[in-house]
Write a protein that binds this ligand. Structure first.
Ligand SMILES: [Mn+2]
Length: 320
């Protein structure tokens, strides 16, 4: 059981006392981790403090989040008196920033993952918050300046973790904070488009190929598609551009379970599954050594793609 949260008051006191602050989010950072770190660091900089952000190299779409001039590397990071870990569930998820975190005299952990281990000297974890960016807004908006850049970063975190205000984590308070951030004149349309709509041409072509290959099975309850490395190459892309496919398939009306398979290597196939209420695709993935969530899971199957599809569909048939 994690210890109780420290108060905003205690955490704010440490923030205001610090002269140099380092911040970091989790490895393979997402929109919330990047948005929260760069916004918080920007507000610290605007208040006259020195701030540096440690984040792994991130995808191009996150370039829409301002304040990237504050990014530093573990080699160039200066010694700080305060380290803020944001959106990071445990120490290991800090990656290369972990050693620096442990060397810093004051260490604060701010997060919204239920599994957070409470690894800071001060901790604030709210699993009910939509995003770490939402917590950061609540924490700093009365004590640090939030300009357009910082508002854009926090807004990016909010929309990323709520899937554009869709997921059940979206609360009235989330929308109220989004409204406050919007008042700062942020480019909210550009942020949304970058996160949810924009894609490379090859990614669009691959999506088209995957839809063309899709079949309805078992009375329309199951949709299944596969794509081979040769097909991906013919679209001019790579197998890093397949994220949008499974949800697109799952969107077909009447479908209870969606399955998508692609060739990870010549001998390994990656399977992704999505299920409606009442269909445990995590249990399905576990039959092949994978896992995930009840409604979204995946696995790797060591077989040629046609065989892997056949093996997985035999298990799916038992479910429906
Ligand atoms: Mn998050």
């Amino acid at each position: 059981m994690r210890a109780a949260n420290d108060s905003f008051e205690a955490i704010r006191k440490e923030i205001l006392r610090a002269g140099t602050v380092l911040l970091a989010g989790h490895t393979n950072p997402d929109g919330d981790a990047i948005g929260a770190c760069l916004a918080f660091a920007g507000a610290l900089e605007k208040s006259g403090r020195r701030a540096g952000v440690l984040l792994e190299k991130y995808a191009g779409k996150y370039g829409v989040i301002p304040n990237s001039h504050l990014l530093v590397s573990p080699e160039t990071a200066e010694e700080a008196d305060l380290f803020l870990s944001l959106d990071c569930g445990d120490l290991e998820r800090l990656g290369a920033a972990k050693e620096i975190f442990l060397k810093t005299p004051m260490r604060i952990n701010i997060d919204h993952h239920e599994s957070n281990t409470g690894f800071g000297l001060l901790n604030y974890v709210d699993a009910g918050a939509s995003s770490t960016s939402e917590i950061v807004y609540e924490l700093i908006h009365e004590i640090l300046p939030i300009g357009t850049e910082e508002a854009a970063g926090l807004y990016a975190g909010l929309i990323y973790d709520t899937g554009g205000f869709r997921h059940s984590s979206t609360a009235p308070g989330t929308m109220q904070i989004a409204g406050k951030l919007m008042e700062c004149g942020i480019p909210f349309t550009a942020i949304y488009n970058e996160f949810f709509d924009a894609r490379s041409f090859s990614e669009a072509k691959i999506l088209g190929k995957a839809i063309e290959n899709a079949e309805l099975l078992f009375g329309g309850k199951v949709i299944c598609s596969t794509i081979t490395n040769a097909e991906i190459a013919a679209c001019g892309g790579t197998n890093k551009e397949l994220d949008a496919i499974i949800n697109y398939l799952k969107g077909v009306r009447g479908v209870e379970v969606a399955c998508f398979f692609y060739e990870k290597t010549g001998t390994e196939v990656k399977g992704s599954f999505r299920g409606n209420d009442g269909y445990d695709v995590c249990a399905l993935a576990q039959k092949f050594g994978g896992g995930g969530h009840v409604k979204a899971a995946g696995c790797t199957i060591a077989a040629p793609i046609a065989k892997a599809r056949e093996m997985a569909l035999a298990e799916v048939e038992k479910m429906v």
